[in-house]
Structure formats: structure tokens, C-alpha cells
Design a protein around this ligand. Structure first.
Ligand code: DQA
Length: 143
């Protein structure tokens, strides 16, 4: 079975209670369960960290193991050149990495309008709540 990692950045461990009007009321576990039911042919591993270094090491591991990644870098999207550089390694290795966001950052505060990750992602899906992850997986599944 093909494995896909769903990697989530800072504050996404608070899904369910964090600004539910923006991010919805489902927890990370709820979303993981929903996705696994929708994609039984994939083995989905849900990961979350508030630590940039840990996220980077997971991207490095994904490069080495050629594991496709659905990546919600959260606030790091907007300024982490270190994570961007790690994502370039995915690009160079030809391993898919789809950037996702629950909300649509383009319609929010101005600092959210730019993602340094988007330039080096295979594609970006944003604004569809938990469905953003499902759309990303649907592309990876067929890729
Ligand atoms: C987010 C959008 C980011 O701007 C924000 O910092 C997050 C969540 C989203 O999924 O909508 O933490 O990545």
C-alpha cells in the first residue's frame, strides 16, 4: 500500500477548538479518520508539530523515503525559508508535495497572502476546509 504523510505545522494541534469559525470544528484526528475512510487504498499518516526543525526533518525523511506529502505549513507558510529549502529537495527528488490550507489565506490578513512554500510545491489547495486535504490526496492518488 502506498504511504502518504499529512504534515501539519504550528497550532494545527489545536484544530477543533482553535478559531472554529475559520478552521472548522473537526479535530486533526477527525480529519485523519475521514481521509482514511475516503482513501482506503492509501496508508495515511497524520503528523503535527509546532517545531520548525521537526517539520524539516520529516520533509528530509520524505525525500529519502520518496514518500508523497500533503503539507499544511500553517504560519510557517508565510516566512519559513528553511522549510521552503526543504521542499525544494522534494521537488529535486521528484516526490509530490501538495501545500494545503483549511482557510483561504488569500482572503485574509495581508501577511497571509504570500506563501514561500507555494513556489516550490507541486500544487496548492486552499479554502475548502478539511476537503482541501481530500483534494490534495485525490491528486496524489492519481499521480
Ligand atoms: C492555515 C493558514 C495560515 O495562514 C495559518 O497561519 C494557519 C492555518 C490554514 O490551514 O488555513 O495556521 O495554514
Amino acid at each position: 500500500m502506498r504511504t502518504v504523510w499529512i504534515v501539519n505545522g504550528p497550532n494545527l494541534g489545536r484544530l477543533g477548538t482553535r478559531e472554529p469559525e475559520i478552521y472548522g470544528s473537526e479535530t486533526g484526528d477527525d480529519i485523519h479518520k475521514m481521509l482514511q475512510e475516503r482513501f482506503p487504498e492509501l496508508e495515511l499518516e497524520w503528523r503535527q508539530s509546532d517545531d520548525e526543525a521537526e517539520l524539516m526533518s520529516w520533509i528530509h525523511d520524505a525525500v529519502d523515503s520518496k514518500t508523497p506529502v500533503v503539507f499544511n505549513p500553517a504560519a510557517f507558510s508565510h516566512y519559513s525559508y528553511a522549510l521552503r529549502d526543504a521542499c525544494v529537495l522534494m521537488q529535486e527528488a521528484g516526490v509530490p508535495l501538495v501545500e494545503v490550507h483549511l482557510s483561504n489565506p488569500a482572503s485574509r490578513e495581508s501577511f497571509r497572502r504570500h506563501s514561500v512554500i507555494s513556489e516550490v510545491a507541486s500544487g496548492v489547495i486552499q479554502g475548502f476546509g478539511a476537503e482541501s486535504y481530500a483534494l490534495a490526496l485525490s491528486w496524489i492518488d492519481r499521480h
